[in-house]
Design a protein around this ligand. Structure first.
Ligand SMILES: [Zn+2]
Length: 317
């Protein structure tokens, strides 16, 4: 990383007022966070994680699975909380009638991420009514059985991924499967306590990956999250890469009101860049998780371009 990149990085995280080298630093009337710089850093992280490595270089593994993976749980919006870690993200959507969890994380970390994170934030895991599992890989369904058995939560997946989950060869320490439960299809809705999560099926990463769209609120305003359920296409056969590309194309244009991008890996949605900005936020500062629709489209476009690059590479080899 060159010096300029380091400087941009520091500016993004420390907020512009703290960037003493910036020519504009003295102008305290400007935006507190350089959102454009934040997005560029977010996209660079995505490319490092999900695009083919430059020629002659080994693919890096930017999604850590060992060492200190802990991330402070955090309230992101009035009704949305981060309860994941550096390896795998989970989110809690709160409603007056209970809680919906998006992705359960690994089976060996669900207690310290989802459960302990919720308790630290004042949420009661007994209120979990649904766990929407984006897809049948064990970094996302792994904790589902525990949440199902312990709290009676309903597990929601596409039928394609209920099937995929039990046939996909798990590496490392295999996660236990939840009992077959709720099946959703494209266009279905999961509604709890007045909040509706719209189910969008975006095959590619797996045959039945779910990418939900749902509302969040802050300051009396409603924003719409587009949650991409399957990060990465590099491991797929070429025809499934094309399916992934087609799903991304559909998802980016599905709803012009989507203005927040989220996913289930921090490497994909810049969560680790945005959390410290959110924490340092002063009254009136923007929420760094609100990107606007154009940036949301650009973000999906980066994920799509990574898949396109892998596909081009496969075709030329
Ligand atoms: Zn996966």
């Amino acid at each position: 990383m060159d010096k300029r990149a380091l400087f941009v990085s520091a500016c993004v995280i420390l907020v512009a007022a703290a960037c003493s080298e910036s020519k504009d630093a003295a102008d305290t009337s400007g935006p507190a966070v350089d959102m454009a710089a934040l997005h560029q850093e977010e996209y660079a992280g995505m490319r490092a994680a999900f695009c083919p490595p430059p020629p002659g270089q080994q693919a890096s593994s930017p999604i850590p699975t060992s060492g200190d993976l802990s991330v402070e749980p955090a309230k992101i919006f009035d009704n949305l909380y981060f309860v994941g870690n550096k390896a795998s993200s989970s989110w809690a959507i709160t409603t007056p009638e209970g809680i919906i969890i998006l992705d359960a994380g690994f089976h060996y970390s669900v207690k310290e991420t989802v459960v302990a994170g919720m308790e630290k934030l004042g949420l009661d895991p007994n209120d979990i009514k649904y766990v929407i599992v984006s897809h049948g890989h064990n970094d996302h369904f792994g904790g589902a059985k525990f949440l199902q058995e312990t709290y009676g939560a309903h597990i929601v997946m596409s039928e394609a991924d209920w099937q995929y989950m039990v046939t996909w060869p798990q590496k490392g320490s295999p996660a236990p499967f939840p009992e077959h439960d709720i099946v959703v299809h494209d266009g279905d809705e999961v509604t709890l306590g007045g909040t509706t999560v719209r189910i969008v099926v975006t095959p590619g990463h797996t045959p039945g990956t779910i990418s939900p769209i749902f509302p969040v609120t802050e300051g009396g305003e409603t924003h719409l999250v587009g949650y991409w359920g399957g990060d990465g296409a590099g491991y797929l056969p070429p025809e499934e890469m094309q399916t992934y590309i087609d799903s991304a194309t559909r998802f980016m244009d599905l709803d012009p009101a989507v203005d927040v991008e989220l996913s289930n890996h921090a490497a994909a949605d810049g969560t680790l860049l945005k959390l410290p900005v959110l924490k340092a936020r002063k009254p009136g500062d923007p929420n760094p998780f609100i990107s606007g629709h154009a940036a949301f489209r650009e973000w999906v476009g980066v994920l799509r371009s990574c898949a396109s690059d892998y596909l081009a590479q496969k075709k030329s080899s």
